[in-house]
Structure formats: structure tokens, C-alpha cells
Ligand binder design. Structure first.
Ligand SMILES: *Cc1c(COP(=O)(O)O)cnc(C)c1O
Length: 474
């Protein structure tokens, strides 16, 4: 018997307290918990310093394997997981997978955009897609993957699921609010299991409709809905690995490292929190927002209240007001108090916002600090980085770099996450630097193919009807 099967199974619990506890395999397929909450491990694996040290200088794939082993429990054998990880990252264009480059004496950039869709979401989705396919084949099951996207999740998810026999994938994006390249990445795949859906609304509308679909138990069962949004725990778990890899490269565990994370749905920054809970030597975790700065304001004031509407910015993947994964952060900061989380989420839903209880706020502030960048500051930052270092950065990355510069008091190394390739957002880069950032050739070619998409209103019954028409074999 392998060592794994003799370990107690790792359990996941819902932030809202009334959904059943699940193992990893069930959690990955379930996505949103049946009580509307998000799944989290019941406890955190904790590593000794030595376990981190042993991974210094090792291939990225090996770090991913070590990070994921405790979380997956018996869902995959070590061999099987290793095979999935190797396949997932073989699609990347850089042997380091996430190279670090230095921008200033104490500021480093972690390039997370060498995957097939040029944004960090490939790190999680290339692997999670393979995990899904493996589990579904084992169970002879078929699912309908649905997801809302502000641009990058959708393209990364489609790239990970296109052509699978075991899944249809529906991606809802706000019509006219994603970049030309993001849209083409979603609309040019020709596989019949891919459904790119433009919604007449903003990202929060798309996300709300997806949540509505999940909350309809009948519909959810009938179509065997699955989610690959960052509400899916597996995505967060997979992202923990690059925090570990980058910190080790710059001297952890001997030195404490700070991370600045351009944030929209709070998924990526939460992966940093998980790394910290596992024992990684992290000093500060900095939440960086664009002008949609509700997270920054919430951490400052304790008042979590959405503004009138989402403002359109040059960093569209962060044009979000209601961050799903903030619920996970609240759950943790409240001491896993699901009643408190439920109360706050109901206030958010029915009264448009909530005040974070004092003790919970204090805990949040122990783990996260924050900053924001206006459109002007972001543009200035893109130009300045180009002039000073010759590096082109995407607008999301620039938000992080701008915020990183306001944390000059941090003594250890600061790593800003470069979340997308500059060529994915060429307008902003060209306007500020005069340079038209080139796309990798294979991508350029693919994106010239003809587009295929369907437009729907921001209306649940219309959306349900569309899914019903398109999903044929279940
Ligand atoms: C998704 C995305 C973000 C925000 O990440 P979250 O996990 O939603 O916080 C930032 N930058 C880019 C380029 C993205 O695609």
C-alpha cells in the first residue's frame, strides 16, 4: 500500500458552514459549495524550514508537486500527479516557467506570462484542466464547465478545456469590455465543446449570473455544472507554488520576501497567504488595486461597500468590485467563523455592503497591506519602467509596480507579480511607450482565424435556455 492512502484524507469545508465537507476530488468538481460558500482546507499543511530549503534550485515542476501533495490527498498518486504537472508546464515558453528579473535594487518582477494565453491564469488552468479530465475519465462522467471572465480566466480556461470529450465549456464575458486579443483567444478555437458568450453587462453581472446558475440546484444537477473560476480551490492551491519558487530564488527561508499582487478577485493574493500559512518566509503581502479600489478601501476603513458601478480601466482583468475570494480571506481572519461570514455575505447581498468586525479587520491587516493606482499613475509607471529598464510591462503589472514603490520601507526583497504579457494589452503599452509589443508568433497566427461567439442579455432565463440548447450529450 502506498504511503498516501494510509494518511487521513485531507478535508475541505465551506466558508458558510452548512455544505458537506469534501475531499480534494469532490472539491475540484464541485466548485461553489452548495450553501453558496467557498471551499477551504480544514487546516493548513505546515512545512519545516528544511522542506523549503530542499527545493532551492529545483525544477519548477518539482516544486509544484511538493506543494500540491498534501492538498490532493488520495485524489492522485504521486506518479499520476507528476505526469499531469509535467504535461501542464510543457506548454510554457520558458524553461524556468516563472523567471524572475530585477527592476531596481530591491524590486523584482516575477514573470507569470509564459503560458499559452500569456497571463498567469495558465499556471493554474493548464493543470486544473488536466486534473478535471483525469477525474472525469475515471468516473466516466461528463460535465458542463461554466465561468465568468473579465478576460484572462476565460481564455486560459478555454485553452485548458478545448477538445475534451468529457466537458462542454461556457465562458461568459462582458461584451465590449475585454481586449481584442482576449476576445480572439476565446472566439477563435474551433472545437465544438467551446462556447464563448458575450453578455450585455459588466464583469460583476457575468459573475452574478454564473453564481445564480450554481445556486439553482436543479439546473446544477441536470447539467452537472462545474466551475473553474478562482472560486475553485484547486486553482488557488496550484498558484501557491510560484510564491514558493520565487521566494526560494531570492533567499527564503533565510530572508523574508514581500510580494505585491495586482488583485481583482483576490485569488492570486490568497495563494500567497496560503504559502505564508504553510511556513514560507513572507514579510508583506501587498494587495494592489486599480481605480476599482474597494479592496484597498475595505482594508483601510473596514467598510466593504461597492461603488455605483465598475469603472472601465486599462487593466480590465482587475475591473471588479465584488471579489469572490475575499470571502476566503474573511473566513480565515474571523477564525473560520462561518456564521460571521454568512452574516456579512447576506449584508453584502441585501444591503450592498458590510462593516468588517473589529477583530476580523485586525487579523486581515496582519496578513495584508494594500495600495491602489490611478489610471494616470499606471500609465506613468509603464513609461517609467520602460525608460529606466527597457522592460515593457502590461497595465496590471504596472499597477503592482506602482504600489510596490510606495512600500520603500520594506527591508527584504520585494517581488511584484507580472500577471500578463505586455502584448496582451498592446494599446496601453503603445500609448505610453510608443512601442507596439510583439506577440509570440504562434499566437499571432492563431488569433487571425475567424471568430465564433454568441451574445446574450444579462438575463438568467436567456442564459439557461442557451446552455440547454447547446449541451447535447450528458
Ligand atoms: C486575473 C488577473 C488579475 C487578478 O487576479 P485575481 O486572482 O483575480 O486577483 C490580475 N492581472 C491579470 C493580468 C489577470 O488576468
Amino acid at each position: 500500500m502506498s504511503k498516501l492512502t494510509s494518511l487521513p484524507e485531507f478535508q475541505y469545508i465551506s466558508t458558510r458552514g452548512s455544505a458537506p465537507a469534501l475531499n480534494f476530488e469532490e472539491t475540484i468538481l464541485t466548485g461553489l459549495a452548495s450553501d453558496g460558500g467557498l471551499y477551504l482546507p480544514q487546516h493548513w499543511p505546515r512545512w519545516e524550514e528544511e522542506e523549503f530549503t530542499k527545493l532551492c534550485g529545483r525544477p519548477y515542476e518539482e516544486i509544484v508537486l511538493k506543494v500540491l501533495m498534501p492538498f490532493v490527498g488520495s485524489a492522485f498518486s504521486e506518479e499520476e500527479l507528476n505526469r499531469l504537472i509535467t504535461g501542464a508546464y510543457s506548454t510554457f515558453r520558458h524553461p524556468a516557467r516563472c523567471p524572475l528579473i530585477q527592476l531596481a535594487p530591491n524590486l523584482h518582477l516575477l514573470e507569470l506570462f509564459h503560458g499559452p494565453t500569456l497571463a498567469f491564469k495558465d499556471f493554474a488552468l493548464q493543470l486544473v484542466g488536466r486534473m478535471f479530465a483525469t477525474i472525469l475519465a475515471r468516473q466516466s462522467r461528463r460535465v458542463t464547465i461554466i465561468g465568468a471572465t473579465s478576460g484572462d480566466t476565460g481564455s486560459a480556461a478555454i485553452e485548458a478545456f478545448r477538445g475534451l470529450d468529457s466537458a462542454d465549456i461556457f465562458i461568459f464575458f462582458p461584451k465590449g469590455r475585454v481586449s481584442d486579443i482576449q476576445r480572439r483567444q476565446m472566439t477563435t478555437p474551433t472545437e465544438p465543446n467551446v462556447h464563448a458568450i458575450a453578455v450585455e453587462g459588466d464583469f460583476d453581472d457575468c459573475q452574478s449570473r454564473v453564481k445564480d446558475l450554481f445556486n439553482d440546484e436543479d439546473f446544477r444537477q441536470r447539467f452537472q455544472l462545474g466551475a473553474v473560476n478562482s472560486i475553485n480551490w484547486a486553482r488557488i492551491a496550484v498558484q501557491v507554488a510560484y510564491f514558493v519558487a520565487a521566494a526560494l530564488t531570492l533567499g527564503a527561508p533565510q530572508r523574508k520576501i514581500s510580494f505585491v499582487v495586482p488583485t481583482g478577485n483576490f485569488g492570486d493574493i490568497f495563494a500567497g497567504y496560503v504559502a505564508k500559512r504553510m511556513g514560507l518566509a513572507i514579510d508583506r503581502l501587498v494587495v494592489a488595486t486599480n481605480q476599482n479600489d474597494i479592496l484597498h478601501r475595505s482594508l483601510l476603513s473596514g467598510e466593504c461597500r461597492a461603488g455605483e458601478e465598475v469603472l472601465t480601466s486599462i487593466s480590465p482583468s482587475m475591473d471588479i468590485q465584488v471579489s469572490s475570494n475575499f470571502e476566503r480571506a474573511l473566513f480565515e481572519a474571523s477564525g473560520q467563523d462561518s456564521e460571521q461570514v454568512l452574516t456579512l455575505m447576506n449584508e453584502l447581498r441585501f444591503q450592498g455592503g458590510f462593516s468588517v468586525p473589529a477583530k476580523t479587520l485586525e487579523n486581515l491587516r496582519q496578513h495584508y497591506v494594500s495600495g491602489s493606482s490611478t489610471e494616470g499613475e499606471t500609465r506613468h509607471c509603464i513609461r517609467q519602467v520602460w525608460q529606466q529598464t527597457g522592460q515593457l510591462v502590461c497595465p496590471h503589472t504596472a499597477v503592482g509596480i506602482k504600489v510596490a514603490k510606495t512600500f520603500a520601507d520594506v527591508s527584504g526583497p520585494i517581488i511584484a507579480l507580472a500577471t500578463a504579457h505586455p502584448a496582451k494589452f498592446p494599446e496601453a503599452v503603445k500609448q505610453t511607450t510608443g512601442i507596439d509589443p510583439p506577440l509570440p508568433e504562434d499566437i499571432e497566427e492563431r488569433l487571425s482565424h475567424s471568430e465564433r461567439m454568441t451574445t446574450v442579455g444579462n438575463d438568467l432565463s436567456q442564459i439557461k435556455q442557451l446552455i440547454g440548447e447547446r449541451v447535447t450529450s450528458l
